[in-house]
Design a protein around this ligand. Sequence first.
Ligand SMILES: [Zn+2]
Length: 151
Amino acid sequence: MVYKNIRNLPPKQSGKTRHSRYINTLSQIAINVEPVAQARIAAGIVYRNNLISIGVNRSKTHPFQKRYCKNEDAIYLHAETDVIKNVINKITLDNLSKCVLYICRVKIEKGKFVFGLAKPCDGCMKAISTFNIRKVYYTLDNGGYDWLWKM
Ligand SMILES: [Zn+2]
């Protein structure tokens, strides 16, 4: 898909933390996501400082999403459930609990991509909690990020 008059560049986090680095990697993926209800979201799972799995939101149904949806209408794969679905064949559930989940949303504002709020919905929180992922970092509107830690 080609965008006219849009600077087709991924937004970048200003900080120099490793969290910013992972989010910036996801940002490059998110700008190429076919938007679903205008949402372009990429999620990544990091294990021992390696990005081992990627997921994106898409207008595709999947039995995995059905199990972790916030309501009966939320049938499409969310980036968070997609990345968890993709990673569960790669590592043990025990190691999954040592992973960090990153979620990056981008949106178009005034002709260019900026960050958007990527806080997981209730359905995704259910999946995150079921698989015992203890740390989640997500982008905020127009820059920066926030996190959720399971105590
Ligand atoms: Zn969700």
